[in-house]
Write a protein that binds this ligand. Structure first.
Ligand SMILES: Nc1ncnc2c1ncn2[C@@H]1O[C@H](COP(=O)(O)OP(=O)(O)OP(=O)(O)O)[C@@H](O)[C@H]1O
Ligand code: NI
Length: 342
């Protein structure tokens, strides 16, 4: 997918001097349960998302991806405790009050592309009235004619056909509902787009179109970034500049997408297993199951499932100093002169 991105100033040109759109440091989330039990849903996450960049977060069901997204949006339930920081510009999302988050962050500084657009859209109102309402709330546009025109522009921006604006959500196909939800998410011109499983339930063509559109919205505005969560590794490969792999609440690998999906491939044995489990690769599932987040082992949580594990894996592998939190990462193959030239 690199060719589709090559014409735009993406991560390579955008990254070096400009400050990140989002900077997450030591983010942890614990759920406190009755009886003193604690669920370590997210542990010590560190990552940046640069202007113009798409970072995709992958990992098996239950590993903490959505909890991480909820933490950024200030939407964790009352029994959650957070640590660390998540800077969006100069605002720490983890310590900001609900009033700030509701008034200035959700919709305005973070555009949320929902998992299930049908559930996110109000069923009893037309797309036009919902779009006009969001335009009125998030922009300075006032007056009937101006709102109508602005809503149509918002629809066009997400390639939602304006002649469908007077329909209700149930009268739309899955793809059009996703575009309507995307149109709403883009209205606030938020610097960060956050998409948690935006392609669930869509067929392959629609998955491709949806992620291509997200990519286009990032490329169209060099200051914007996308953090996308997905199970769908093909969608991740299509859209990502970088990939973060989460296992049992920790980001265990953070790699350039080209290296991850191409050569040398994933370096953490878990990420390698995820990719190799795909039908078009070796189609071999990773043996065993992920651990309970309420009772994690002391060392590497993947060790019990890992063919490369040794005694040292009972200690926690640090992520610092490299992109892979593993005592025995897969080697980066020696680069031949041909490969370097290519
Ligand atoms: N309110 C809560 N109280 C206790 N535990 C919770 C709560 N919300 C989530 N969890 C736990 O946090 C863990 C991470 O859940 P999360 O929804 O982030 O997973 P996920 O990676 O998004 O999975 P999926 O791919 O299925 O969406 C799960 O083990 C879940 O049971
Ligand atoms: Ni989730």
């Amino acid at each position: 997918m690199t060719s589709e991105r090559s014409s735009v100033p993406s991560a390579e040109t955008a990254k070096p001097e400009r400050s990140p759109v989002l900077s997450v440091r030591g983010l942890s989330v614990r759920f406190l349960l009755p009886g003193g039990h604690r669920v370590a849903a997210v542990t010590d996450a560190h990552f940046d998302v640069a202007p113009g960049e798409c970072l995709v977060l992958i990992g098996e069901s239950g590993c903490g991806k959505s909890v991480l997204a909820s933490a950024l949006l200030g939407l964790l339930p009352a029994n959650a405790q957070t640590a660390g920081s998540a800077l969006l510009g100069d605002l720490d999302l983890l310590t900001a009050g609900e009033r700030t988050l509701a008034r200035t962050v959700r919709g305005r500084r973070i555009g949320l592309i929902p998992q299930s657009p049908a559930a996110h859209l109000t069923p009893v109102r037309t797309i036009r009235s919902q779009t006009e309402e969001v335009v009125a709330r998030l922009t300075g546009v006032r007056g009937r004619a101006a709102l109508r025109a602005a809503a149509e522009r918002a629809a066009e921006r997400a390639e939602f056909p304006t002649d469908h604006l007077d329909r209700h959500p149930h009268e739309l196909s899955g793809g059009l509902a996703q575009r309507a939800a995307t149109a709403l998410a883009l209205i606030g011109d938020a610097p960060l787009l956050l998409a948690d499983e935006p392609t669930t339930g869509l067929d392959r063509d629609l998955v491709d179109r949806t992620v291509d559109e997200l990519r286009r919205h990032v490329d169209a505005d060099g200051d914007r970034a996308l953090l996308m969560i997905t199970h769908d590794l093909a969608a991740a490969e299509r859209v990502a500049d970088r990939v973060a792999v989460m296992y049992a609440g920790r980001i265990v690998e953070l790699s350039e997408a080209d290296a991850f999906f191409g050569s040398p491939g994933p370096r953490h044995p878990y990420s390698r297993g995820l990719l190799e489990a795909l039908p078009e690769r070796s189609f071999l599932p990773i043996p065993g199951l992920p651990p309970e987040l309420g009772s994690l082992p002391d060392g590497c949580a993947f060790a019990p499932r890992c063919a490369r594990a040794t005694d040292i894996c009972t200690t926690l592998p640090p992520l610092t100093g490299g992109p892979v939190a593993c005592h025995h990462p897969l080697p980066a193959p020696a680069r031949t002169p041909e490969a370097i030239r290519a």
